[in-house]
Design a protein. Structure first.
Length: 169
């Protein structure tokens, strides 16, 4: 058949590892097999997600801001430092995203009555409409991308990835 014990066809990562194992048999390269595929999958997903968001006039970072506001619930308001923390982005990066989203009428900014040195970011009705439409299409797209996995495999993969991500804390 294809010579692979797991029944899956060989891919670019298999070929790269074969070359490295030939050149550096002294190294354990099994982690490279895992992380090489994770990196390749991340690039693939990014390439599939960006056009979906672009159809809604959004870049991924802008979608993230709108989604964070939408999922926090009514009144769909957060302060920029909360958004930065939730989205793990710099304050400068957050400011430029907010500038673009405000110019597009998707968020509004107002002074924070509790702290007049800060302001609150609120999802507008148009922002809610756009993020809901984008999320609907985004969720369907991700489901399509994950369709090769049965639900048990998807749950196992999610658990394994969570373990890896939590191990770095």
């Amino acid at each position: 058949m294809n010579g692979e014990p797991d029944g899956e066809p060989r891919d670019a990562i298999d070929r790269i590892l074969e070359q490295w194992r030939r050149e550096r048999p002294d190294l354990d390269l099994s982690p490279m097999e895992v992380f090489g595929r994770v990196a390749q999958l991340a690039r693939t997903v990014e390439a599939e997600v960006e056009p979906v968001l672009a159809r809604h006039g959004l870049r991924p970072g802008e979608f993230d801001v709108l989604a964070a506001l939408r999922r926090c619930g009514p009144p769909y308001t957060m302060i920029p430092s909360e958004l930065s923390a939730v989205l793990m982005t710099s304050r400068a990066g957050m400011t430029s995203r907010l500038d673009r989203l405000e110019a597009a009428g998707l968020v509004g900014r107002s002074l924070d009555p509790a702290d007049r040195r800060s302001f609150r970011v609120t999802l507008t009705e148009e922002g809610r409409r756009v993020v809901d439409a984008a999320l609907t299409e985004h969720a369907a797209n991700l489901a399509r991308l994950a369709a090769a996995l049965d639900p048990g495999d998807a749950a196992t993969l999610s658990r394994i990835l969570r373990t890896l991500l939590n191990a770095r804390d």
